[in-house]
Each structure stands twice: as C-alpha cells, then as structure tokens.
Design a protein around this ligand. Sequence first.
Ligand SMILES: *[C@@H]1O[C@H](CO)[C@@H](O)[C@H](O)[C@H]1NC(C)=O
Length: 343
Amino acid sequence: MKIQGFYAFLYFYLMFPANIIGLWWAVGSPLVMEPNKICRKNRKLSGKQRYICREEKDIVEEVVNGARLAIAECQYQFQHRRWNCTTARKSFSRILSIDTRETAFVYAVSAAGVVYTVTKACSKGSLLQCTCDNSIRDITSDGAWEWGGCHDDVDFGYKKSKDFMDDRRKKKRGDLTTKIRLHNNEAGRLAIKEHMTKDCKCHGLSGTCALRTCWRRMPVFREVGTRLKDKFDGASKVTISNDGHKLVTEDNSIKPPSSEDLLYAEESPNFCKPRKKFGSLGTQGRLCNPDSPGNDGCSLLCCNRGYKQTKVTIQENCKCQFIWCCQVICKTCTSIQTIYRCL
Ligand SMILES: *[C@@H]1O[C@H](CO)[C@@H](O)[C@H](O)[C@H]1NC(C)=O
C-alpha cells in the first residue's frame, strides 16, 4: 500500500541524504523542518489535515516534534535488536508501507508522540488553541488533597493526533491495511490517554503537608515507549472477517485483542540478511557484545554467522582537575578498546 497522509511526511524526511539524517538524529536538530514544506509536499491530504496545515501551523510544528520524539524513542527501544528502527531510507520507507509488527510499532509510537508534544505545548502555553485543562476542578477529591495547578489537556492532543494522522478517506476504509493502521494509531494514543497519572505538591508549614494540590499529567514518554514495546512483543496477527467489516485474529481461540493492543497482518522476516521487500538491511557490521546471551549478544545479533574483533583507538578526557574557581582542566588520554562486529 502507498504511504499516505502523515506518514508521507515522515517519508519525506528520509528524502534527505542518509548522512544528514544520521547527523540530525545524533546531534539534535540542525535541520529544522518547515511546516510549510511538509504540508505542501503532500498532495493527498484529507480535509482535516488540510485544515490543520492551512490554519494551524503551530500545531503542524508540534506534529513534527512529535514525530522526532517518536523516532528517537523507537530507536531507543530497539537499539539492541536486529531491526533497530533505522531511518535509512531504504529500510524505513519499506517498513512504513508494509504490515508487520515493526510497522505497527512505528505507527503507534508516532501517533503517541504527536499526542504528547501537542498536549505538552498546550500546558506550556505555547499554542493559541489550548491551555491547561481546567475542567478537572469540578471532579471531587478525597479531602486530603485538591485539584490544582496545570492539568495536561490530553483530550486536545488526542484529537489533533487523530485529525492529523488518521487517514479517513472513505474509499480506503474497507481495506485490511487501513483498518490495521487506524487501530494501531489509536493504540498509540491510548498508551497515553488511558495512563494519565497524578502529580502532587505539598503546602503548609514546612514538612506538614496539611494540604496537597494535585494535577493530572501524562506519563513520561519513555514509559509510553516501553508500554508500546510490550504491545509489540504481544502483537496479534489479524485478517479481515468474511463479511469484510471487522478485523479478526487468525487464531479464533485466543481472546480478541483490545483497543490498546498492536495488530499486524504480515510476519516479519528475521532481519538477519538484507531483504528489500521487508526493509531488512541485515546485521552485517553491527556492533555486538560477545558476553551477552541477550538480543545484543553476538550470537543472536549476528545470527550465528560469527563476528570479528577490531581494536580501535579512543580519545577521551581524563585526569580532570578542578581549579578554583571555576574551571575544569582535563588531559586527553588515548586508550585502545576492542570492539566486536557481526560478520
Ligand atoms: C542499525 O542497523 C543498521 C543496519 O543493520 C546499521 O547500519 C546501523 O549502524 C545501526 N544503528 C545503530 C545505532 O546501531
């Protein structure tokens, strides 16, 4: 299936040469994405997307930030695995256009990233359309504390993420891939919306905590990433029901997946060797740990092909001295380290 809507934007990022992208993720963001450009590049926007692009440029900016946050989290969660969420164009564009578990994760974490950045921007007061959520004051609390402060308005972030990222054109609504994508986007959003927490602050004479005020906030994004990674591990394979309306698990005996679970339709390859169709670049040349029995260990990561060791010279700051006041002077030390790479 073709990549559409928001995901065409993500793909657009990947049109830059790989080294710029690599640098970009590595050092933060020398490359500021212009909202105008993403909106123009994509000619297949749905009505709501077009509206946001035209009328809410500051939100488009948060959408871009959300995508960055999401990809960084994806790379953190998968750093030690054969598929490491690489944004190398050859791989990423394939992953976005198929229907595997990896696809499910990328879609869900991106939808979540946008909920997160838009909502945070509301709380910080940097968007015109939204502020802290004030509706919560009316909810009763138990007397030991009361609602106060700035509540994250997750419903606003949720709505914008949905409007901008779900591709709801009628023509496509029936097909399996579209249904799965909409489901996984929703699962990503719910990984935040259904897991809001409460933060509190004490008041009163020091240490007495006679009164506490509490506010609702989103979970930190690392927690969201970890939750979605668990869902990735337990993702369900689905097909379309005979009447063509519903997604059903292939194995009807197991309990049906909930709206927070991730769904996929295609089995992933093992990512050992390059396989274009599935966005696999293979693991040749990957750094591995010869002593680890886990995913980052050379035997699993290198698919038992073996590995080679090389010595590399590393330069780092050492013998640092603190000089009053306030300077730190270091020497540069050179050390030789052994690294291991998959054959
Ligand atoms: C991710 O995997 C690709 C392909 O196997 C590799 O080229 C790249 O260096 C890896 N990235 C990291 C951070 O290990």
